[in-house]
Design a protein around this ligand. Structure first.
Ligand SMILES: [Cu+2]
Length: 156
């Protein structure tokens, strides 16, 4: 009885120790940000959306918690929701990055929303975007501006 109690406690202790050790180990190098892109602005519109893919190769989950770029006054994390049959954008506090999974921010889904652009986005240009993760810290990527009607990050 006593032996079983001690064994159970030791197991919990070892479990917690390994959790703490690995929770601290997720760093920026565990996250890979692939193909950041945006569409060129149509006319004088002052908003834009940035899309990208995040590969989490760590055995720990992380979360994208903020985005920032100097070319826009405000950057927000957004998702799309079906509400009464209509697709609407909604601001979210964070975007989950499960362990060993790849998460795509793409048109019709999650995206980084940019408000009050300094200048309209022009095809062929690129701009720096800072992505802040709960554990991995901040990673800066270059967002490539694709044509107005682009469906993805690659020119076809
Ligand atoms: Cu949006």
């Amino acid at each position: 009885m006593l032996k079983a109690f001690i064994t159970a406690n030791l197991t919990v202790f070892l479990f917690l120790t390994s959790l703490t050790a690995s929770a601290e180990s997720l760093t920026a190098s565990d996250l890979e940000v692939l193909n950041p892109w945006a569409r060129a602005s149509a006319g004088r519109t002052e908003t834009a959306a940035a899309f990208l893919t995040i590969r989490n190769s760590s055995d720990q989950a992380d979360r994208l918690v903020a985005a920032q770029t100097d070319i826009a006054q405000t950057s927000e994390l957004h998702t799309h929701l079906h509400e009464e049959g209509v697709m609407r954008m909604r601001q979210v506090d964070s975007i989950d990055l499960p362990a060993e999974e790849t998460v795509e921010l793409a048109p019709g889904g999650d995206h980084v929303m940019l408000f009050q652009l300094e200048t309209p986005l022009q095809q062929g240009q690129s701009f720096p975007l800072n992505l802040t993760f709960e554990k991995a810290g901040t990673i800066q990527v270059e967002v490539k501006v694709m044509p107005i009607g682009a469906a993805g990050p690659k020119e076809n």
